[in-house]
Design a protein around this ligand. Structure first.
Ligand SMILES: *[C@@H]1O[C@H](CO)[C@@H](O)[C@H](O)[C@H]1NC(C)=O
Ligand SMILES: *[C@@H]1O[C@H](CO)[C@@H](O)[C@H](O)[C@H]1NC(C)=O
Length: 288
């Protein structure tokens, strides 16, 4: 997957023209390790290795806060027996009633597929998981994971193809992340109490250290200083490419591509989990 540029240009065509408050970033100029720094390493200006050993994992976060736009990172997951490990890429705001948009990659035994786990928290409430089996090998090379976020929708993409949308219904019963700026996080840790086949398969520490590699942190998003009351307004104003008409919904081609993946590869959807007492309101509404 060398063609990140081609993917981004195809998906975000008007990105070039309009950017009143957009910021760009690389791993080394806008992230730092907030946890387990001794197991994290910048391997180049825009590449990072995250290691996991018995002593622990590691995580980095952006020192820039964003609101709306597109944030992409290339991730190469560990090959072979990665059971028990979890690699993450997510955006999160701070505080109790936080918003969070997640990609998590749950490892598996050799020869078994990873799980691409997605979720979204709004005002501190999550439980909106959707899980996919990858249709590619996420450890053979870097694959590019994008979180696109504007006032209309949140879109999760893999190599430029949407796999999930969380729409803003402008309904007070369904919160949408439209008030709090977020920071980017990526981490690699041991979760063998739950991550793989419900916690039955444990991390094989004989194989440690495990390595997850990141490259090309591609941000085209609105720079937002924490606690800036004008931020939401500025970042959602019409001078930004992500607020243009063409980004209010996916194109028909994108919807078709997404539906093919959802039909073939999605194996858990909170909206069809009838073991729950009550499905959230958005599950009965048009989702994209
Ligand atoms: C963010 O962190 C990097 C690397 O630690 C540093 O060089 C840069 O000055 C920081 N930027 C801001 C805006 O704090
Ligand atoms: C691991 O592989 C098994 C068997 O194919 C599958 O049931 C499971 O969903 C996979 N993923 C995880 C994270 O357990």
């Amino acid at each position: 997957m060398g063609n990140l540029r081609a993917i981004l240009i195809a998906v975000f065509a008007s990105a070039i023209a309009l950017q009143i408050c957009s910021v760009r970033a690389t791993f080394s100029d806008s992230t730092s390790f907030y946890w387990g720094a001794e197991r994290g390493q910048y391997t180049g200006p825009d590449s990072v290795d995250l290691k996991l050993t018995k002593e622990g994992g590691t995580g980095l976060k952006s020192n820039i806060t964003y609101m709306y736009g597109s944030i992409t990172m290339g991730i190469k997951l560990p090959c072979g027996d990665s059971a028990g490990t979890v690699t993450t890429f997510y955006l999160s705001s701070r505080g109790d009633a936080h918003d969070e948009i997640d990609f998590e990659f749950l490892g598996n035994a050799s020869g078994q597929p990873y799980t691409i786990h997605t979720n979204i928290f709004t005002q501190g409430f999550g439980q909106r998981e959707q899980q996919f089996k990858p249709w590619f090998n996420p450890c053979d090379d870097y694959h590019y994971y994008t979180i696109f976020w504007n006032v209309f929708e949140v879109v999760w993409m893999v190599d430029g193809v949407p796999i999930r949308v969380f729409k803003n219904h402008h309904d007070p019963a369904i919160n949408f992340p439209d008030a709090q700026p977020m920071e980017t996080y990526s981490s690699f840790w041991n979760a063998d109490d739950w991550a793989t086949q419900g916690g039955r398969v444990k991390t094989n520490w004989k194989l440690a250290p495990f390595t997850a590699s990141l490259q090309t942190y591609n941000v085209d998003a609105c720079l937002c200083v924490l606690n800036d009351p004008e931020c939401a307004k500025r970042c959602s104003s019409s001078g930004n490419w992500w607020t243009q008409e063409s980004y209010t919904t996916l194109s028909q081609t994108q919807i078709d591509e997404m539906n093919t993946i959802r039909y073939n590869n999605m194996f858990y959807n909170y909206c069809t989990d009838y073991t729950k007492a009550e499905l959230p309101k958005e599950c009965s509404m048009e989702s994209y």
